[in-house]
Design a protein around this ligand. Structure first.
Ligand code: SF4
Length: 239
């Protein structure tokens, strides 16, 4: 295979040809807003996590106000996102830690390089590499490509990486990642995973990457795109 960097650039241009250049927020959201939205998005769809995020924003004027709210109350406000107990615990622990440092903000990560920022964020309980990398991409416009289940499946099938876990894929994929394409590549891989390269029976016959994909078990039975879902939570988080 050609170098991984060139291969990613090729995949990205084919994905843009098919899906277009993904839109994004003109004003990037505050990192703490993004971190809380990403916690809410774990293991659920973007519509439900967006509703939970809006619920939090409409119930409380600021994250400072949320610091003094009981965990069970947060759990009830975010219930629509699913896994509400686990997510309310992560949010509460995060805010408690920030309260100890007397600043309900994670703006300090703006001064850190990508690696250090991910290390600092993943020190908070309940925050993993995917969540931390989403904050970097969607709030700070860093050139990192987060790995969710769609990105994990598609990058491994295409043959960009060969890794068993999303965290391993993240570090392999982002090592020497091509400049300025992380947002379009990440977003279009999610579209590919939702609509064409689905978990079972991918629609390889209509896939824009068919000619360069290394997946040995291609499926040619299905000839139309699946899910119409195109809403991306993390591009719709506002301050
Ligand atoms: S050719 Fe098939 S397996 Fe490869 S990326 Fe496209 S849909 Fe997925």
């Amino acid at each position: 295979m050609k170098s991984k960097r060139k291969f990613i650039i090729k995949c990205n241009s084919l994905l843009i040809k098919h899906f277009g250049i993904p839109k994004r927020n003109k004003k990037l959201p505050d990192p703490l807003d993004m971190l809380i939205a990403t916690i809410l998005s774990q293991n659920t769809n973007d519509n439900n996590s967006f509703k939970a995020y809006q619920n939090l924003k409409s119930h409380y004027k600021s994250w400072d106000e949320l610091v003094n709210v009981k965990r069970v109350t947060i759990e009830s406000v975010i219930r629509v996102a699913g896994l509400a107990r686990q997510k309310s615990e992560a949010i509460k622990k995060l805010l408690d830690s920030l309260k100890k440092s007397r600043n309900i903000s994670i703006d300090f990560i703006r001064l850190l390089d990508d690696h250090s920022a991910i290390e600092r964020l993943t020190n908070y309980k309940g925050i993993g590499v995917k969540t931390a990398s989403c904050v970097l991409l969607f709030s700070l416009d860093r050139n990192v490509c987060p790995v969710d289940t769609h990105v994990q499946r598609t990058t491994n099938r295409i043959g960009i990486v060969s890794e068993k876990s999303p965290d391993k894929t993240f570090f392999a994929l982002n090592n020497n990642f091509p400049d300025k394409i992380a947002h379009s590549f990440h977003t279009n891989l999610i579209r590919l995973g939702r609509k064409i390269c689905t978990p079972t029976k991918p629609s390889c016959g209509i896939c824009p990457l068919l000619k360069i994909c290394h997946y040995p078990d291609k499926n040619f039975d299905l000839k139309k795109e699946g899910s119409k879902r195109d809403f991306m939570l993390l591009d719709n988080v506002s301050n």
